[in-house]
Design a protein around this ligand. Structure first.
Ligand SMILES: *[C@@H]1O[C@H](CO)[C@@H](O)[C@H](O)[C@H]1NC(C)=O
Ligand SMILES: *[C@@H]1O[C@H](CO)[C@@H](O)[C@H](O)[C@H]1NC(C)=O
Length: 342
């Protein structure tokens, strides 16, 4: 069960593109190009020991983002941490070696070095803060609102996006960061911590992914025009020589709007985006959920109804390894929120 001990000191963005035969990967200002074809990429964060990518693939994702679990791969803490500072010149030459090794693989996509000030060329240094807040209460985000954000990103020219998390989960044992911390990663994700489809979210997003994939060509090649149709409604047209695809977004959070666009009347609900793959007929609206809704009912354990039959014993817990970074005693009377990264 050691593999389920997760410490996210460093998150490695490692997309596994499902098209395994694709080998020429490059990019331009519009999108990632795989074997000469501009692609839009829908990705989701999954902890690889928790689930296979199958349900993500069925949900219309092209890629998964996954992690290196340092406590499994690096049993001695910070064995491979940021080496520049503590190792001085040796650290510097090691980083240079890494950069050259990565570059020599000539994979055609930019390399990014996270949290490494002064990263050597050809690395792209980004002051990325791998910040993670743990210990939140039960998060909830509606399928409609999530779909709105994703659709808006693509309306504005985005071509690669990732869900954090796509499959949530719980870390059993006191391994998430310390004492008194909630250990759920559920995040109200499209796949819940038991691996069940969180409906209607999973299905509503799948429909969005399918529509976005169907207009991949216009999204990645079309000339883009935007037009304000109303105080809160904006039309965005992606126009190629032979095809066009449109988005109609209504940013008013409370008021539905009727607009005329290209001679056709459209009803755009409050806080929603309609996607018109041919700029005429709406194929998807982020606020109209047609996916099946499922209700998961958490039932209390039967044993809790029969407390008399339970025998409680108490024993002290060995907490050396669970206390703050393995050091020192802690005493708190509240939930601890630990932030990773600096
Ligand atoms: C990969 O694609 C780029 C851009 O489409 C092209 O210039 C290059 O020759 C291709 N490389 C290989 C090995 O096919
Ligand atoms: C939404 O629309 C209503 C009615 O037109 C208007 O009163 C309100 O100010 C709008 N809200 C925003 C945030 O634009």
């Amino acid at each position: 069960m050691k593999i389920f001990k997760f410490f996210f000191h460093v998150v490695v963005f490692s997309s596994i593109i499902f098209h395994v035969n694709a080998h020429n990967v490059t990019h331009d200002s519009r999108s990632i190009i795989i074997d000469g074809t501009h692609r839009i990429i829908l990705s989701g964060s999954i902890h690889y020991p928790r689930s296979t990518a199958q349900k993500a693939k069925e949900g219309g994702l092209d890629a998964v983002e996954t992690y290196v679990f340092w406590n499994a791969h690096e049993p001695i803490e910070n064995e491979y941490g940021n080496v520049m500072k503590p190792y001085g010149e040796d650290g510097k030459s090691y980083i240079n070696w890494c950069a050259q090794m990565a570059d020599s693989m000539d994979i055609g996509v930019p390399w990014i070095m996270c949290q490494q000030a002064g990263a050597p060329k050809p690395m792209t240094p980004i002051p990325l803060k791998c910040e993670l807040k743990i210990g939140l209460d039960d998060p909830l985000r509606t399928a409609e609102d999530l779909a709105f954000s994703v659709a808006r990103f693509f309306q504005k020219g985005g071509t690669l996006q990732n869900y954090y998390m796509y499959h949530g989960g719980t870390n059993f044992g006191r391994t998430l960061g310390g004492l008194y911390m909630t250990t759920s990663y559920d995040y109200n994700a499209p796949l819940d911590e038991y691996g069940n489809l969180n409906q209607p979210k999973w299905g509503h997003l799948k429909q969005l992914h399918d529509v976005l994939h169907s207009i991949e060509y216009t999204l990645t090649h079309g000339d883009v025009h935007t037009q304000k149709l109303d105080n809160s409604v904006t039309a965005t047209v992606y126009q190629t020589n032979d095809k066009s695809s449109c988005f109609l977004s209504n940013s008013n959070t409370t008021t539905d709007v009727n607009v005329n666009f290209g001679g056709i009347d459209y009803f755009v609900p409050a806080w929603s985006i309609s996607i018109l793959p041919d700029c005429r007929k709406g194929a998807y609206n982020t606020a109209n959920v047609y996916a099946q809704t499922s209700m998961m009912i958490k039932k209390s354990n039967k044993a809790e109804d029969e407390p008399d039959s339970l025998k409680w014993t108490w024993r002290p817990e060995l907490i050396e390894s669970a206390s703050v970074q393995g050091k020192g005693d802690v005493s708190v009377n509240r939930i601890v929120i630990k932030r990773y990264g600096k």
